[in-house]
Design a protein around this ligand. Structure first.
Ligand SMILES: *Cc1c(COP(=O)(O)O)cnc(C)c1O
Length: 361
């Protein structure tokens, strides 16, 4: 380590992000339920588009993403001129932090909020401000109390990860209306497609100058491995982000696959329906053996145990059964395990294993 060569302030405070595990030593036939992926994968139309992209590997991709933005706009009823695409919604979050928050600025998010908000704030040299939740639900009043003249960005995921809980559109609107003038409310809609008849904040984005929405192809679209996300916001913010966006941030394979995926809404509807069915079944089965969870609006449930020790022991038990779920102590939920809703067979395996775990305690 050199004493003279040092990175920008904040960067050494970043704790490395850990992805969901995908292997257990010595166990075969594992099911990965640790990263909220779609158990059915991507739609066939998306896979076909990806395969076709092999013929244009020598060509630079589009810089303006017109085809993908147009497809997103048509499907969601948006203005294509205010859609911006990125390398996962992570890149959109990072661009927002880079563009709007710097040294002495504050970036607000909640106690059990997504880890990328803190990482992006620190990477930009800004100060992360963490606000308590109320029983694992975003607390609008607490956020408003935490905001001040230095607040530049407020991130909430709705539904939230890892809690799975949501706040109402009226509460989100109250938050947007109560922020200081210089602050942007970012609504992270990574799980929005799992909620029936939900606009993820689109109407609020269109009604105001200070609300921005992020979305992803990593969850219901089953394309986490390909890294595509997008954002929708007021023209003035989208114009700023486009200035710092790398011109070739998305490859042709990413753009074409995402375009085919968003046009296949039958796949989305089928995935949403199957998730809702198995989510309530799994939550019910775990509750029956004394493992409660909050009502989840997403594609995972947050199983609550009596203690951190019990959660850890259950995690080890599940791993022995080839079931990989997510420990969430990094999200200040040490007595919980986040379990992705898999296909029916995986959900039955989880319920069976947790039942056996409880029986031997
Ligand atoms: C999974 C997830 C994302 C998606 O990130 P990508 O970079 O698009 O893969 C964003 N926000 C939250 C809260 C998530 O859980």
């Amino acid at each position: 380590m050199s004493e003279a060569i040092i990175p920008q302030p904040g960067i050494l405070d970043i704790a490395l992000y850990e992805g969901g595990k995908s292997k257990v030593a010595g166990v075969t036939n594992v099911v990965k339920l640790s990263s909220n992926e779609n158990p059915f994968g991507a739609s066939d139309r998306a896979k076909e588009a990806f395969q076709r992209a092999v013929h244009s590997l020598h060509r630079y991709p589009s810089t303006d993403h017109a085809g993908l933005r147009q497809a997103i706009a048509e499907v969601h009823g948006l203005d294509a001129g205010r859609v911006i695409c990125g390398v996962g919604s992570d890149e959109i979050i990072q661009m927002l932090a880079q563009a709007y928050a710097g040294p002495r600025d504050e970036v607000v998010f909640t106690e059990h909020g997504f880890l990328m908000y803190r990482i992006s704030a620190l990477a930009a040299g800004a100060t992360p401000v963490e606000v308590p939740e109320r029983e694992r639900v975003t607390d609008v009043d607490a956020i408003l109390r935490a905001c001040g003249p230095r607040t530049k960005l407020v991130f909430i995921a709705n539904p939230n990860n890892p809690t799975g809980t949501m706040i109402s559109p009226a509460e989100v609107a109250r938050l947007a209306a109560g922020l200081p003038r210089q602050a942007i409310l970012v609504l992270d809609g990574a799980y929005a497609e799992y909620v029936e008849d939900f606009d993820a904040g689109k109407a609020l984005v269109e009604a105001r100058e200070n609300v921005f929405m992020t979305r992803t192809f990593s969850k219901i679209y089953g394309l986490g491995g390909l890294r595509i996300g997008w954002g929708y916001g007021p023209k003035h913010i989208v114009d700023v982000l486009n200035r710092i966006r790398q011109p070739f941030n998305l490859s042709t394979a990413q753009l074409d696959t995402a375009e085919a995926a968003v046009r296949d809404q039958d796949w989305v509807a089928k995935s949403r329906g199957e998730n809702a069915r198995m989510r309530s079944w799994l939550a019910g089965a775990l509750a029956e053996v004394g493992v409660p969870s909050d009502v989840s609006a997403a594609n995972f449930i947050l199983a609550r145990f009596a203690s951190a020790e019990e959660a850890e022991a259950c995690d080890a038990w599940l791993q022995g059964e080839g079931l990989i779920v997510r420990r969430v102590s990094g999200y200040k939920l040490p007595n919980c395990l986040r379990i992705t809703v898999g296909d029916e067979a995986s959900c039955r395996r989880v319920a069976h294993a947790v039942t056996q775990f409880k029986a031997q305690r």
